[in-house]
Ligand binder design. Sequence first.
Ligand code: IPM
Ligand code: MN
Length: 360
Amino acid sequence: MELNVLILPGDGIGTEVTREAVRVLSRVSEKFGHPAHLTEGLLGGVAIHRTGTPLPEETVKLALAADATLMGAVGLPEFDNVAPEKRPEKGLLGIRKALGVYANLRPVKTYHALIDSSPLKNHLVEGTDMIIVRELTGGLYYGTPRGISGSGDEERGVNTMTYTRAEIARIARMAFHLARNRRKKVTSVDKSNVLETSQLWRKVVVEVAAGFPDVELDHLLVDNCAMQLVLNPRRFDVVVTENLFGDILSDEGAVLAGSIGMLPSASIGDRKPSGAWVGLYEPVHGSAPDLAGQNKANPFGAIGSVAAMLEYSFGLKEEAAAVNAAIEAVLNSGRVTADLKPAGPPATTEQVGRAVCEAI
Ligand code: IPM
Ligand code: MN
């Protein structure tokens, strides 16, 4: 199978972790005989510097033409005080929308080798294995009206949380399908005691659930969910929630995994005629400007995103499993970056990438 992949390294540590993810992708391509055709594009702060916009048209064209897109991270401190419209993050939101990747799958799993990396007690985190299904192209991130207007005491900021029945139903179906191949439990997270969008969310999720009688459904309010995640993480199998709640809860999930550098993600949309998913693959972490340029960042989230790409966009299950097994082998070897509290001197980003390649 040919692997036509667009690479968007982005900003900060995005470029460093993506380099290792590409190294791993190239290793898989060689070992399993899938020719890789990699193109590189601009997204985020680097795109603003070179072209004046965080999402150049050329990048959208390349992404639409590729079978899958692998992304690093976006964001630079120099844009901290700039309007949302002109920030690097706008490029990421734009490409998610352009590709129509409405489902962001964020697996949160505790590896035995990392049990001491989490600040939580071992007996709490041991055995955690969930997937957060975050709605990615709706809600507050995209709702209109939005903006800041007026002046003085009347200056006002507005954002709009909005969901249609169709948007809720498709993400709910995705969650139930995933649960069918796991422990058959979906937890839908909302704030239906306050928000109308959440009331509709809950109603539609219940309707979708009727088509999946083999999957158990429960509901949690988002504040309670935030607490249950650290009190009893093993209770979760598939968590489905709207965009902003999913953004927040998945960073909390990183504490269970030991480091935010561990978490991969797959953003997928509808299936192409070939049966493959349109996909954008990115680690959950950000561009971490304070770590950038030092070869210290944890590349496992980016490398795990390559595994997700092989599985969802190319249907290469064996290859994906080989990458995941190699990640686990390197974790067990203890040759890991500083965030994972290695026993000896910390490994560099590049050393971890090379070690994963060797283990494949
Ligand atoms: C994420 C990030 C992004 C988001 C930012 C960089 C726009 O935090 O992917 O979780 O909020 O979606
Ligand atoms: Mn986030």
